[in-house]
Ligand binder design. Structure first.
Ligand SMILES: Cc1cc2nc3c(=O)[nH]c(=O)nc-3n(C[C@H](O)[C@H](O)[C@H](O)COP(=O)(O)OP(=O)(O)OC[C@H]3O[C@@H](n4cnc5c(N)ncnc54)[C@H](O)[C@@H]3O)c2cc1C
Length: 206
């Protein structure tokens, strides 16, 4: 298949990074099974996390094909670094980008695409995986805002994230139509993170 110049260029830059920087450290990162913060920041400095976002919002003005090429190359080096990057480029920042106001963008979105803040996305629950209609985390409206009650699991980047996009039920009678996303900074009172999981494969992501 013929590729555009930008696709070839991104592939070349990422391939060089993976060969020189990631592969030599891959075993150590995998064995320690800790979030590779230094590598995360290094990838952020390359402008990778903003690849799909417009230039006027601090992104690279690229597209989903370029994002896929980046993840394909990173996965060649270490799958968990590809998973961390996918979360940061896509679901972790996507809702914040589309629905966050300028204040939230200043505090969270721009730092996230620079690799200074870690993003994640929380759908899955102990009793609700594929069946999202079964999500039981509740967002209860009060005069001061919303109170969120519930538990999420299997959250890529979760243990180290600075903010979460959380799927909650706001009105059980409405079933799927009652589901809404909430933006939750990690320092919100009441947020608790459990011990990291011991995984096979993507060992550094949660
Ligand atoms: C490495 C990793 C990273 C992840 N990262 C995230 C994350 O960042 N955020 C997040 O929210 N979640 C994350 N997940 C969770 C993932 O999205 C869930 O594992 C997935 O939604 C499946 O849910 P489950 O494991 O509960 O399986 P289940 O939903 O219990 O499904 C088990 C099996 O039953 C099948 N099945 C289920 N329902 C039906 C049905 N109605 N009809 C037919 N077949 C059915 C499924 O296809 C599957 O084969 C992650 C998981 C992994 C392994």
């Amino acid at each position: 298949m013929l590729r555009s110049d930008s696709e070839e260029l991104v592939r070349k830059v990422m391939a060089r990074f993976v060969d020189k920087e990631l592969i030599p450290k891959a075993r150590e990162i995998d064995e320690t099974a800790r979030f590779p913060m230094e590598m995360f920041k290094q990838i952020g400095k390359m402008g990778v996390y903003g690849i799909r976002y417009p230039r006027e919002k601090g992104g690279a003005g690229g597209n989903t094909t370029l994002y896929c090429i980046i993840c394909e190359e990173l996965a060649r080096g270490l799958m968990s670094v590809a998973a961390i990057t996918a979360m940061q480029c896509l679901m972790g920042t996507n809702f914040l980008f589309h629905f966050g106001n300028e204040e939230l963008h200043e505090r969270y979105f721009y730092p996230a695409i620079r690799g200074e803040k870690v993003a994640c996305f929380c759908l899955t629950e102990p009793e609700a995986g594929s069946d999202l209609g079964n999500v039981s985390t509740k967002a209860i409206k009060t005069e001061e805002g919303y109170i969120i009650e519930g538990m999420k699991t299997w959250v890529t980047n979760g243990p180290v994230a600075d903010f979460y996009t959380v799927l909650c039920q706001t009105d059980p009678a409405k079933k799927l139509k009652g589901l809404n996303f909430f933006f939750v900074p990690a320092d919100t009172p009441g947020v608790k993170v459990s011990k990291p999981f011991d995984l096979l494969g993507t060992r550094t992501t949660m």
